[in-house]
Ligand binder design. Structure first.
Ligand SMILES: Cc1cc2nc3c(=O)[nH]c(=O)nc-3n(C[C@H](O)[C@H](O)[C@H](O)COP(=O)(O)OP(=O)(O)OC[C@H]3O[C@@H](n4cnc5c(N)ncnc54)[C@H](O)[C@@H]3O)c2cc1C
Length: 764
């Protein structure tokens, strides 16, 4: 066995200088940094067929998501606290989050480490160098990197890795810095890009680092003696009254420091200050006498590596700005998207008198262009993660990890496409890159997959049944209208349907209702009032209120049917859930907003609008309703429309509730040779799936297909799956099928009616 290999006895007595052992490697792509951005870039590139060396200076992958730092992975879903519906990122990061949800709904950071590591080591095209820091590089031209040098102190080995393409995913930008790539650090002025949200010097121009602790209740008294370097006077932390004994981990995100320092070179100094704060806070919890509940609690873990928010941002061929985010500007080279708020923090961090953060949301998700993902002056250097080409304000939004990971996937695929064509990053063929990304599960708002090699495109399609939304049947629960509530419903082009809710009325009242649409068809912010209606109601149970409008929609879209807050009215709920239908309430999530309505300062260039949010299961039940005429937006042809999540329509085939053998059939005039089948299921893209700390009640998403089988025209079973919980299933047939029909039979789901976003078939 490898660890029993004999080692010759060594005696070296000379005094000459010695060199470390050097290993040389070649790759198609070198990725520096194994945070989520670098990891997703490496996995994507490897799956697309190129050889990758992934170099990570620390012992585990995941960067700030790892057990070393323990931040929860977030992105455009924004903790379900903004109006971005079905906005979880797709592809590799989705696969990781869905897997983490399945294995680790309790949110252990260590289990997440193991999942990320597993995804990497399962890729034969990746050579992973852990505990190995990139510290130098070689160039063949002033604008071309030819090799990187890295050191692993654990095995006393230096590495020289040559490649035609490099990806900097190191956060601070070690490769870009050493190579001479153009970069910026610190905020732009308001004038530079016309960004109304650009901070002034008093607020500060850089986000700091943070470091956390975990505590636990041992059930018996525990004493704590603080180290001498711990903060002694808790009142130096202006927000000390917000400290709760039961909070730990990233709930203490505001233990932040370093925004006035050089966040690259003074990281160690910043860490010492954060240790001082963390131990001081724990001392305060344990020994101030203000937290009797902490008597039996102990420190379980305290970070040794600070999470870094911001340092260098490198310049690409475009710098994304506030206007790109707020106005949701379109880019022909869009390869990814963002949707977290522009979220800036005061540079004085934990010692600041300002609130810990200032967050401003957009009305919907925005595209991220490819030109922000490669260096403008080092021609073979990709950029990903937090260091992409964005202004400080736009960075406030793009910096979250699921967005970084999604951008990483874009870069990994771009590297594979560049190698295929032997071109540099700037020359990558965009249409091909977008197509490959969409095929791999990436979501690019506004870009539809048109895949000429997909055999399904030439098939006719039929289904055993198609769900018609004629009612959401009443369950047993009532919901008081303590807030305005809405059903987000898909409607077809043409006259819009009427919707009838059932209400209990406590005393005579006027109930107001509205139908609202969105300014942009792809958004879900219900800001355009299409119709208003009032109902004069007498006391009594189960009264029907029918909202009906003479309005024609010019295209299929989502509309919100609202009931306005009324203390005398309760609305009947339904226990039935189905793909592409959601209930909302006008509400706020205080983790990411300050009110039910966003009210930015005058002149900030940010929009005012209301937040209409879903609730997490087991809450968030639909309101019972009947709808006339029924909505037929769940038909079989949806699986061929090139969009694999709800956007302006559900984009899914959904079987009817009473279909005991749901099945979708593709039929061709001539037999086709099929080796690979790609299926996309509904794992609830509205669910943020926070990866650590916060537990979740479900392992598997109720909309997801669990068991299915695929049959050919003769009824022969080609493939069978039991226990699926993943979004994307790639089915490889050991013996290619030659058939004029393909049936996908859904045998069981995790609870809701069978739904399918995509079926694609390939000969190769
Ligand atoms: C305190 C804090 C709170 C945050 N809150 C959230 C949140 O709630 N949700 C969220 O999604 N995001 C959050 N963010 C933002 C997010 O964590 C970062 O923006 C994100 O991690 C950036 O991803 P990345 O892959 O670019 O960098 P990182 O996650 O930092 O990964 C970079 C990796 O590169 C490695 N590396 C660095 N230098 C070298 C080198 N020379 N050689 C080899 N490897 C190297 C590092 O070890 C690291 O693993 C927060 C950030 C901080 C600091």
């Amino acid at each position: 066995m490898w660890f029993r290999k004999e080692v010759a006895v060594i005696r070296e007595t000379g005094t000459d200088r010695r060199a470390l052992r050097e290993e040389r490697m070649d790759a198609d792509l070198v990725v520096a940094g194994g945070g989520l951005a670098g990891t997703c870039a490496a996995i994507t590139a490897a799956r697309a067929g190129i050889r990758v060396v992934l170099i990570q200076d620390r012992p585990v992958l995941g960067g700030n998501a790892s057990s070393e730092v323990r931040l929860w992975i977030l992105g455009a879903t924004s903790h379900m606290g903004n109006n971005n519906r079905w906005a979880r990122e797709g592809g590799v990061i989705d696969e990781i989050l869905v897997e983490n949800m399945h294995r680790n709904p309790e949110g252990s950071a260590l289990i997440l480490d193991s999942i990320i590591l597993e995804k990497v080591v399962e890729e034969p095209n990746i050579t992973l160098l852990l505990n190995t820091a990139v510290h130098d590089l070689e160039k063949s031209d002033p604008d071309t990197i030819s090799a990187v040098r890295a050191l692993c102190s654990q095995n006393s080995t230096t590495y020289l890795v040559r490649a035609p393409l490099f990806c900097d995913a190191s956060g601070d930008g070690i490769l870009g810095f050493l190579a001479g790539a153009a970069f910026r650090m610190g905020a732009e002025s308001k004038g530079e890009f016309g960004e109304g949200f650009a901070p002034d010097a008093a607020y500060g121009e850089l986000l700091g680092h943070s470091l956390y602790f975990y505590s636990k209740d041992t059930g018996k008294p525990v004493r704590f003696t603080a180290p001498s370097f711990a903060l002694k006077d808790i009142t130096q932390v202006p927000r000390f009254r917000d400290i709760k004994a039961t909070d730990y981990g990233c709930r203490f995100w505001w233990f932040e420091y370093g925004g006035r320092l050089d966040t690259v070179h003074e990281t160690e100094r910043i860490k010492w200050e954060l240790w001082k704060v963390a131990y001081g806070v724990w001392d305060y919890i344990k020994n101030s006498g203000k937290f009797p509940e902490a008597e039996t609690m102990t420190l379980e873990w305290l970070g040794t590596i600070p999470g870094k928010r911001e340092s260098r941002r490198f310049e690409g061929d475009i710098i994304l700005t506030q206007q790109d985010v707020v106005e949701q500007r379109r880019h022909a080279d869009a390869v990814s998207f963002g949707g977290w708020a522009m979220d800036l923090h005061p540079a004085d961090g934990v010692y600041s008198k300002f609130a810990g953060c200032t967050q401003w949301h957009s009305k919907g998700v925005y595209q991220i262009p490819y030109r922000a993902m490669y260096s403008r002056n080092i021609c073979n250097l990709f950029l990903t993660g937090r260091l992409i080409s964005v202004s400080h304000v736009a960075f406030g939004s793009t910096r979250v990890m699921a967005t970084c990971a999604h951008n990483g996937q874009a870069v990994g695929m771009a590297a594979a496409v560049c190698r295929r064509h032997k071109v540099l990053p700037r020359e990558a063929p965009i249409a091909e890159l977008q197509r490959e990304l969409l095929r791999s599960g990436q979501y690019i708002p506004g870009v539809v997959l048109k895949d000429p090699s997909d055999l399904s495109r030439t098939a006719t399609i039929r289904a055993s049944s198609c769900f018609e939304l004629d009612e959401l049947p009443p369950g047993s629960a009532m919901q008081p209208l303590d807030a305005s509530r809405a059903m987000l419903l898909p409607v077809p082009a043409g006259p819009i349907p009427s919707v009838t809710f059932l209400v209990d009325v406590a005393r005579r009242t006027t109930l107001e209702s509205e139908i609202r649409g969105c300014g942009k068809p792809e958004n879900f912010t219900p800001e355009c009032v299409i119709h208003k209606q009032r109902f004069e109601l007498q006391p009594g149970p189960a009264q029907a209120v029918r909202i009906a409008a003479e309005f024609r929609s010019d295209s299929p879209r989502y509309l919100s049917y609202l009931l306005i807050k009324n203390p005398d009215v309760s609305v009947q709920l339904s226990d039935f859930r189905v793909t592409g239908v959601l209930s909302l309430s006008q509400s706020m999530n205080k983790a990411v907003a300050n009110g039910v309505r966003q009210e930015p300062p005058e002149g900030s260039g940010i929009d005012s609008f209301e937040f209409w949010l879903p609730s997490r299961r087991p809450g968030g039940k639909n309101m019972a309703l009947s709808i006339e005429p029924p909505v037929r937006a769940f038909c079989a042809t949806n699986v061929l429309n090139g969009i694999a999540r709800p956007t302006t329509q559900p984009n899914a085939w959904v079987a009817s509730r009473d279909d005991r053998a749901p099945r979708i059939t593709l039929q061709w005039a001539q037999p086709q040779t099929i080796r690979r089948i790609e299926l996309s299921f509904d794992t609830d893209f509205d669910h943020p799936m926070e990866s650590v700390l916060m537990g979740h009640p479900e392992r598997d998403m109720p909309f997801c297909v669990r068991d299915y089988r695929i049959l050919d025209a003769t009824g022969q079973v080609l493939f069978r799956v039991a226990g699926n919980h993943q979004t994307r299933n790639s089915v490889f047939l050991a013996n290619p099928a030659v058939t004029s029909e393909l049936h996908v039979e859904i045998l069981a789901t995790h609870g809701c009616p069978a739904a399918l976003f995509e079926v694609r078939c390939y000969e190769e």
